[in-house]
Design a protein around this ligand. Structure first.
Ligand SMILES: C[S@@+](CC[C@H](N)C(=O)[O-])C[C@H]1O[C@@H](n2cnc3c(N)ncnc32)[C@H](O)[C@@H]1O
Length: 220
């Protein structure tokens, strides 16, 4: 949050959009800062949680961002925790929608997991034992996606195991890929960090933090 305040919320009374806001963690934390806040998410459950966490002036929109058009422009758009999770057929139009929703001097922040970190540093498989629950997690990285397969074994009272398997696919676009997508939508990648402390991006950093602004037209 300190990063967002320091780098993006540099003027009073800005209009901020949290794209794929989920349970409203970021909106809630910013609710006392005097900005006009909007969140959008496709999950009714998470928006209900968000409604309980944000202040009453915050606008929460229930919609799928792949087919939504905002009637206003925002000074700041944030999209946190790998929420820009769209495949190659969807990502260009979402990026264009974001570019069209950004005010003239606005900033778009995309935050995600850093793909080289996932590829080279994360273990392929981990095993974790909690009280009566054993979790085996396998990870694979392919074609802009991190796929996590989790098997969860719960020891029941009768000595048998309950087994639950889930699969999550997360978009893992590298800096270059995001930069090309943004350029096609008329945005420049202007700042890149590997941590919220403004650390340099490298393969050891789990975060990828990119700031985009409207592309500058070449001088005549
Ligand atoms: C990883 S969560 C992150 C939530 C929040 N940004 C945070 O940092 O806590 C991803 C969120 O994206 C939302 N989401 C996924 N696809 C969406 C879509 N097409 N339109 C709107 N929201 C979407 C999910 O409902 C979920 O709340």
């Amino acid at each position: 949050m300190a990063f967002i305040r320091r780098r993006l919320l540099t003027r009073p009374a800005l209009a901020l959009l949290d794209l794929c806001c989920g349970q409203g963690r970021h909106l809630a934390a910013l609710s006392q800062d005097g900005h006009t806040l909007t969140g959008i998410d496709s999950s009714v459950c998470l928006l209900a949680l968000a409604a309980g966490a944000v202040n009453s002036d915050t606008r929460l929109i229930h919609a799928d961002v792949r087919s939504y058009c905002f009637a206003q422009r925002f000074d700041v758009i944030i999209c946190m925790e790998s929420s820009f999770n769209f495949d190659d057929s969807e990502a260009p139009s979402v990026m264009r929608m974001l570019a069209n929703s950004l005010a003239k001097d606005g900033v778009l922040l995309l935050h995600s997991f850093n793909p080289p970190y996932a590829k080279h540093v994360l273990p392929r498989r981990t095993w974790t034992e909690l009280d009566r629950v054993f979790i085996c997690e396998g990870r694979s990285y392919d074609n802009n996606k991190l796929v996590i397969i989790q098997e969860r074994f719960t020891l029941l009272e009768n000595g048998c195991y309950d087994r639950f398997t889930s699969e999550i696919a997360m978009s893992m676009r590298e800096k270059r890929n995001l930069s090309v997508l943004a350029a096609e939508a008329g945005l420049d990648l202007t700042e890149v960090y590997g941590s919220f402390e403004e650390g340099e991006l490298n393969d050891e950093q789990p975060e990828l933090i990119c700031l985009f602004r409207h592309a500058q037209l070449p001088a005549q």
